[in-house]
Design a protein around this ligand. Structure first.
Ligand code: NAP
Ligand code: F7E
Length: 340
């Protein structure tokens, strides 16, 4: 029997890699897409060009804040697995839009759990909740494990803590297979361009191509445990294949500062980041998370999962990808000048 998965946030970084991975495993994949006035499916459009995958991928309009339509969709599709990846996922933006962030991240997760609870009465379903290392906030213990208490530092993190606990509540109260993946930062060439790693690799590529001079950043001393998103979606799948629902940290076990990431990226392009990076206090946050470092041994021992891409490899993949984009941008700019 073909297994059926429903992914919220399928148009995002993780959703696109997860859809690819599940289609490769033979799943039928359904995705929830928000209606917008421009197309938002750039990260998954290529899947429609793969004939084998195309017929097993279905997109549906929906929004995490619209519980009734999510329930209708879940009861119609009857998925075996639900991956709740949809979110207003930008920490800095959550300070500007705290209520919407709570609605999408906190109530959104509750809407998914309610829909799954109803489906579970007639069809067994497993739910993955995209929890976050941001929940540790102003950390109370280093490294952070599944037992480290949360101390959230942003509206985003507070909403994720709510969703985390509701996931456990539904597991205990309704015998629903509902698990949290507590994922530390994971990046890729599909990372949104306002997250710091991608902001750095995009700008460095453009600086190398002569398209810009400066890169303006906020706190260079913040430290993160950065992995590669492709590794992490495999972990999400393993979490739902486990013999029982549980909560798992997925991380690399290594931390590095924003400054170190800048050094790696600019050095790969034979540039010195100090010549180009300037501080703009606009990018500081009202409250900062200074240090995140995950301890992923539970995931290794119980799921056989580990991160396989080093920080150097991640920086190289993203830098090379974005340097190629910048070269194309330069070519297009020169062509316009010539033909104009
Ligand atoms: P992302 O690239 O920002 O993608 C977020 C996705 O959620 C997009 O598809 C977005 O749709 C969708 N979305 C936003 N608001 C929605 C709403 N109200 N209803 C339905 N869908 C909505 O995020 P990501 O990096 O892939 O992260 C995936 C999940 O993991 C998120 O829940 C994030 O909070 C969590 N997480 C991420 C990391 C990380 O380092 N990447 C670490 C821990 C946890 P549009 O395309 O229309 O905007
Ligand atoms: O910031 C600092 C910033 O926005 C990382 C999300 O996926 O991971 C992500 O949240 C650090 C912070 O990611 C700039 O202050 C400096 O300390 O790339 P980021 P994040 O806040 O860690 C977690 C795990 C999630 O769950 C989230 O969904 O970099 N920083 N200068 C900057 N950050 C940004 N964005 N822009 C700057 O100019």
């Amino acid at each position: 029997m073909t297994r059926i998965a429903l992914i919220t946030g399928i148009t995002g970084q993780d959703g696109s890699y997860l859809a690819e991975y599940l289609l490769g495993l033979g799943y039928q994949v359904h995705g929830v897409v928000r209606r917008s006035s421009t197309f938002s499916t750039e990260r998954i459009d290529h899947l429609y060009r793969e004939p084998q995958a195309e017929s097993r991928l279905r997109l549906h309009y929906g929004d995490l804040t619209d519980g009734q339509s999510l329930t209708n969709l879940v009861l119609k599709i009857r998925p075996d697995e639900i991956y709740n990846l949809g979110a207003q996922s930008h920490v800095r933006v959550s300070f500007d839009q705290p209520v919407y962030t709570l609605q999408a991240v906190g109530c959104g997760a509750l809407n998914i759990l309610e829909a799954a609870r109803l489906l579970n009465e007639s069809h067994p379903v497993r739910v993955y909740q995209a929890s976050s290392s941001e929940m540790y906030g102003d950390v109370l213990q280093t490294p952070q494990t599944e037992r480290t208490p949360f101390n959230p530092q942003s509206p985003y993190a507070c909403a994720k803590v709510y969703a985390f606990h509701q996931t456990i509540n539904y597991r205990r109260s309704y015998d629903l297979f509902a698990s949290n993946g507590i994922l530390f930062n994971h990046e890729s060439e599909r990372r949104g361009e306002t997250f710091v790693t991608r902001k750095i690799t995009r700008a460095a590529g453009r600086i190398k191509a002569g398209l810009q001079e400066k890169l303006y950043l906020g706190n260079l001393d913040a430290k993160r445990d950065w992995g590669y998103a492709k590794d992490y979606v495999k972990g999400m799948h393993l979490i739902l294949q486990h013999h029982q629902p549980d909560d798992f940290v997925l991380a690399t076990g290594r931390t590095a500062s924003v400054r170190e990431f800048c050094e790696l990226v600019f050095k790969r392009l034979d540039l010195n980041y100090e010549d180009h990076v300037e501080i703009d206090p606009r990018y500081y946050r009202p409250a900062e998370v200074d240090l995140l470092l995950g301890e992923p041994s539970k995931a290794f021992e119980e799921l056989g999962w580990q991160a396989t891409t080093s920080l150097e490899e991640l920086a190289a993949i993203m830098t090379d990808h974005d340097h190629e984009i910048a070269k194309r941008e330069l070519h297009a700019a020169n062509f316009d000048q010539f033909s104009g």
